[in-house]
Structure formats: C-alpha cells, structure tokens
Write a protein that binds this ligand. Structure first.
Ligand code: GTP
Ligand code: SPV
Ligand code: MN
Length: 677
C-alpha cells in the first residue's frame, strides 16, 4: 500500500559503469550510434545487454524514480504498474508518417479530398503529401530535416539506451535486426519482453555486413541541469509528436540502406516500441513487397488447432486472423476450448498481433510471430474470458500500463471481476470510493478505473497455451486466414470466401467500428483493409496487388474467411448476440473441418452469394443457441451462446446496398493505383 500511494522519489541510483559501446558492432553500427549521440546529446549512454539482471536493474531504477510502482509480489511477482501521461495512451495515427521517395503516394488522391466519413483521411502519409500540420506540406527530405532538428539536444539530462534487438528468432530465415536508441527506460524494459535482445544480437551485429534498422526514439523532453523529471515524460502537445518512417536513404549515411524510423514525443506502445508496428509492420510490409523473394508482413494472430479423434491420429491445423486493433486478436490467439470439446480438441498460441509469412517449397504460406511478448488490452480480460492471459500475467514479469489498482496491490479493470473492489485507485492515481453508490453510478464508475486502452506486457513463454513451435523459427503452414472487425449489423458470425481473389476483396473492404486503440473517435465505422490501414508502409493499391500476387505464387495458399463476434440485435437490447471468447472455438472447429474436407478432396457445401455460411448444426448449436451433442460426464448443458440470427444474411436488406456503394466509393479513392485484378 505504501509503495502504491507513495509520491515519486527523486533520487535515482547511479548505474554501474555502462558497457563500452565502441567495442561492438560493425562500421554502420558505430556510425549510427556516434551520430545519434552527437545529435541527441544525452547525459550518458548505456548499452542494454538483454540480460535478466540488466532488466531488473532498469525496473528497480524506474521504481526508485517513481515511474514504476511494484505490485503485490504474492499476486504478480516482479510486476509493475505504470501510469502514462493522460494524453499519451494510444497510437497517434494522425502523427504517423510514412515518407516515401518523392512522388510516391500512399494514396492516389490528396488526403484533403478524402471524405472523413469514409474513415480514410488519417494516418500514414508519404512523399509529396507528408505534412506536419494542416498548413505545412513537407516532402521527405524536409521531413528528415525537421526530425533531425527535433532530435537535436532532445536527450539532454537523460541516459540514452542502445537496444540491439531481433524481430524473430535469431536462427530463423525470417529474422530481422534493429537497434533502437531511446531515452525511455519504460521502452527499454518493454523491448526486453516484446523483442529478442541480448548478447547474441550484439554478436550478430559485429559481422561486417550485418543489416539493422536504425530506430530513433525519444520522449522529446530534455532536462535542464537540476530540473526535476516527471513520472511519464512526453510531449503534451499532440502536434509535437512525430512517428516518422523513412524509406529512402539518408544522404548523410546512404550505406545504412533506405530505411529508418524516427519517433519523438510519445512513450506509448506502438509509438515507441519501434520493433513492433513501425518495423514489423510498416517497414516490413514494404520490404516484403519489394524484396526479390516476396513475402508478407501482416497484422495477424497465429494459432494451432490440434484435433485428436478417438482412436485416430492427431490432425493439425494452423490459422491466422487479421482483426483491427482491439477487435479480438489476443483473445482468439489464446482461446480456451470449451469443456464440451476439450476431449478431442486443443488450441495453442503462436502469436497475438503480427505474422511474417513466407512461401515454403510446397507452395504453402508459412507464418511466424516476430515478437517475444504480448502487449494485450487489459479491459475485458478475466479468468473467464481469457484464463491463459491471466495466468501469463500472474506468472510475473508483467508490466501494466494505465490500469487501476486495489488496496492490496492487485490490478483492476472493467471486466476483470463482476464486482468492483471497494477501494480502488484509478489510472490517474486518484483514490475512488464505491461505498454507498447505486448500481448505475457503480457501472459508470467501472469504465473510469482503467484507461480503455490500458495494457499488460508479458512474455510469450509464460502463456500456458503457448505452442511448442512458437519460438522454432520455421513458420507454420497456414490453412486459413480470418478477417474480422466489429460490426453491429450485416456481417454474419462467419463466412468462407469462395476463392482467393474474393477473399482479397473481402479483406480489402474490411470495415470496423473504431476502438480506443488509436486517437480517433470511438464507435464510428472505418475501412481497415486487412486490419492494416494504419500499418501499410507503401501504396495501398500496390498492397492489394501484392496480396493477389502471393495467391498466384503460392498454389497451396490458405482459404480466406470473414468473422464477426460483435453483431447486435436490431431492436431492443443492444447486447452482443454471440457469447464470443471460448465459444469462438465453434467457428474455428468448423473451419478446420472444411480444411480437412479439402485435404480429403471431399466436396464443400453450397455457398450463398456472400460465401459459405455454416448452419447452426455445423456449429453444434440448435436454433436457440444451445449446445447439441454429447457432453462430458457430469456437465449440464451450458446456457445459450447466441441464436441463429447471427448467421442470417439478407441480401435484400437496403443496408447491404449501401454497404456495397460505400465499398465502391472507398476503392475508387485508390484511383489508378487499383489494378484490374
Ligand atoms: P490489439 O492488441 O489492440 O491489436 O487488440 P486485439 O485485436 O488483440 O484485441 P483483444 O483480443 O485484446 O480484444 C479487445 C477487446 O475486445 C477486449 O476488451 C476483449 O475483451 C474484447 N473481445 C475479444 N474477443 C471478444 C469476443 O469474442 N466477444 C466480445 N464480445 N468481446 C471480445
Ligand atoms: C494496436 O493498437 O494494434 C496494438 C497496440 O497492438 S500498439 O502496440 O500500440 O500498436
Ligand atoms: Mn492484442
């Protein structure tokens, strides 16, 4: 209790003498670091060696400085709560820039010409249309100049950490290296969990030709001598944040290749952990399309379904799913098989956010998770909805950002338990009393305890359902790609696209209701092609072409499905019609059965105009949504999961007509960049 309520302590213990950075790395590494030190002018420089001791030392140091607050070690060993600045809680899409070669555009039309209600006028911009503010249009070289200006002296009074990291296991052909320089110990601690860091990466970087992505990160708040730091340094003004991706060589160091990332002003997840969305999606998607051997970098979970029918050998299926931010990737990746299926079926997790996909010699597309940890949405996570995530957190080494905390050092957010604990401290650090409040007031209050985009960060290995192959480095052959968003109407629970081209069109016109994961109005409908709209690192039309090409290159490509866990009743109660979470396994099971039918060469059932929609029976439900079929001994029939209306598709519904018009208008925005294919 004392620790959690304590005011920040200003004394920071001195670190042991840092490793000498000049003793490792090839010529480019040295040049990058020399340059970064010269530009950022930090107080001192330290290499993060990736050891657990070093990680603990950073956590201790952050605890002393007041940035990290230790949680109850009996509940969450070696775990901390961190409260960000209230204006720095999500990805800043409007401040994210992809700077292409001159004249290259991410979109064919000027951003100003895109109607806002098509949900397309935000996010990445490139080349000629890079703009720092409404009135200033900058080209790539001007943008680089601006970022160098912003970084000049930005680390005064702070330690610059050098974090060499690998996305993907080092023994893997998928693996890509990077070096992130950062003045945020929060970022360093997160990189330890989310990426592979350490001596082996350092050694690899000593090879003369070793490639790494130069990643610049700073909170952008230099300290004057004697100035007291704040618990969460960042830039308060949104328009002073920049998350810039360069895709052309820096004229001052062309030998480092075309790519670099420069991020300043935010300390939050996807803005600051540059291996994640910046490298593994934006830069990697570009590498994937432009390298001679084509591959894919997608915003996808990866899971493994194993079916062991009684008396028969086990059958394995691998699935990936692309859902926009906060639409259910982590939860599906860790899905728990309901008891009624647990005798024969098992689901294990390979990744929850990003998939790198390459074709194998058999023409299959194989996926690998380049990350090493989970950066999961806290609200809604409970022992009931995602026991695997809860167990992973409880195993310790977990960093919580912007959640609430109880008197006894436990964490809390809406949905963690049905009842709200009586004494809580909300994510702003303000004590909240629930005593004497009525039901309605209590329910309102629940939403304010944790920030809606509050997160937990925990290592993959701690997830009880982690797949034995998650770290193998080879990639697993995918049977099905799932696309899905939050749609309150129209889209049924699941349908199977007739073929690859149709599936690509379905993915390209994916729409979802905006969530709290980015800085845009919540609830509004946005197009989010392949759940990649904020992460495509090049022209969107070319990205769709790349998808079509991958289907042609890989004869044994996966089938494509579309799912929607979020349909609601048209009238009356507006609750979700489908129980979701563990019950989503019914959909996975149906997909695996179709994959097996395909392997066996059996014909598939007839499809309607949209694609193939299962019957209730296919999901082992009756029309009221009650489980049909045998139950394990002692188990009573569980309550309904949903009803048959979640499978209904009504082509005559005028909303469908409008949907198709909107899709056309959206695709028309790509103009001549959209190929005939
Ligand atoms: P990012 O990490 O931001 O990319 O999000 P994500 O796609 O991993 O989403 P996540 O699994 O964290 O889920 C986001 C929110 O949706 C959480 O509050 C979940 O509780 C909720 N959610 C996930 N799956 C389901 C589901 O099947 N049904 C319902 N109703 N809610 C779900
Ligand atoms: C998302 O927004 O898709 C996330 C969180 O997974 S972040 O790492 O911030 O991008
Ligand atoms: Mn997630």
């Amino acid at each position: 209790v004392h620790k959690i309520m304590a005011q920040p302590i200003t004394f920071v213990p001195p670190l042991p003498a840092p490793l000498d950075w000049s003793t490792f790395g090839n010529a480019n590494v040295k040049k990058f670091i020399d340059n970064a030190i010269r530009v950022c002018q930090p107080k001192d420089v330290a290499i993060f060696d990736g050891s657990v001791e070093e990680y603990h030392r950073i956590c201790d140091m952050c605890e002393m400085s007041g940035m990290f607050m230790a949680l109850n070690p009996y509940l969450y060993p070696r775990s901390y709560l961190i409260r960000s600045h209230p204006g720095d809680t999500a990805r800043s899409e409007a401040r994210t820039f992809v700077c292409g070669p001159m004249n290259e555009k991410l979109y064919q039309v000027p951003l100003s010409a895109i109607p806002k209600d098509l949900g397309f006028g935000y996010g990445c911009r490139a080349g000629e249309s890079v703009s720092g503010s409404k009135d200033a249009e900058l080209n790539t070289e001007q943008m680089r100049e601006l970022l160098y200006h912003e970084f000049t002296g930005c680390m005064a009074g702070r330690t610059m950490w050098i974090v060499p990291f690998s996305m993907g296991p080092l023994n893997s052909e998928f693996c890509k290296l990077g070096i992130e320089i950062s003045d945020s110990p929060y970022v360093v601690a997160h990189m330890y969990t989310m990426a592979r860091t350490g001596i082996e990466v350092l050694k690899r970087l000593s090879a003369p030709n070793a490639y790494f992505l130069p990643c610049w990160h700073s909170v952008g708040l230099p300290l004057t001598p004697g100035e007291k730091d704040v618990p969460w340094p960042c830039r308060k003004e949104n328009n002073r944040k920049f998350i810039a991706h360069f895709t052309t060589a820096d004229p001052s160091c062309p030998e480092m290749g075309p790519y670099s990332v420069m991020s300043i002003g935010s300390g939050y997840g996807g803005n600051a952990l540059l291996g994640k969305k910046c490298y593994a999606l934006r830069i990697a998607s570009r590498m994937a399309a432009f390298e001679p051997v084509k591959w894919m970098a997608e915003h996808m979970l990866i899971l493994h379904v194993r079916h062991t029918p009684k008396g028969a050998p086990a059958k394995d299926y691998f699935l990936t799913g692309a859902f926009p931010s906060a639409c259910g990737k982590t939860n599906l990746a860790m899905v728990e098989v309901p008891r009624e299926f647990a005798d024969e079926w098992k689901v294990t997790c390979l990744g929850d956010d990003i998939a790198w996909i390459r074709m194998d010699t058999q023409g299959r597309l194989c996926a690998l998770n380049p990350e090493a940890g989970f950066f999961g949405v806290a609200p809604g996570t409970s022992n009931e909805s995602n026991g695997n995530a809860m167990a992973a957190m409880r195993a310790g080494n977990t960093l919580f950002t912007n959640v609430g905390v109880t008197r006894d050092g436990d964490v809390w957010w809406k949905g963690k338990s049905p009842e709200m604990p009586e004494h809580l401290i909300d994510w702003h650090g303000v004590p909240v009393e629930t005593h004497g409040l009525d039901k309605e007031a209590l329910s309102k209050l629940q939403n304010t305890i944790a920030q809606p985009n509050s997160r937990y960060t925990t290592p993959c290995v701690q997830c009880p359902s982690v797949d034995p192959l998650w770290n193998a480095g080879e990639g697993v052959p995918i049977d099905a790609f799932l696309f899905g968003g939050r749609r309150r109407s129209l889209t049924p629970l699941v349908f199977r696209c007739p073929d690859w081209e149709d599936g690509v069109l379905t993915g390209a016109t994916l729409r979802s209701e905006q969530t709290a994961a980015a800085d845009r109005p919540e609830g509004s409908l946005f197009f989010d092609p392949m759940a990649m709209r904020p992460f495509i690192g090049y022209n969107m039309g070319k990205y769709f072409d790349h998808w079509l090409e991958m289907g042609r290159l890989a004869p044994n490509h996966p089938d494509i499905y579309c799912v929607n866990w979020f349909r609601r009743a048209k009238e009356g109660k507006k609750d979700f019609l489908w129980a979701g979470f563990g019950q989503n396994f019914r959909v996975l099971r149906w997909i695996c059965e179709l994959a097996q039918a395909k392997r066996d060469g059996r014909p598939l059932p007839q499809a309607n105009t949209l694609g193939l929609v299962p019957t209730c029976q296919d999901l082992l439900l009756d029309r009221e949504g009650v489980h049909v079929g045998p139950l394990p001994a002692g188990m009573t029939a569980p309550k309904p999961m949903g009803c048959s209306c979640i499978l209904e598709v009504t082509p005559t519904d005028p909303e469908w007509h409008q949907e198709l018009l909107d899709e056309r208008a959206f695709l028309d925005l790509l103009g001549s960049d959209l190929s005939e294919g």
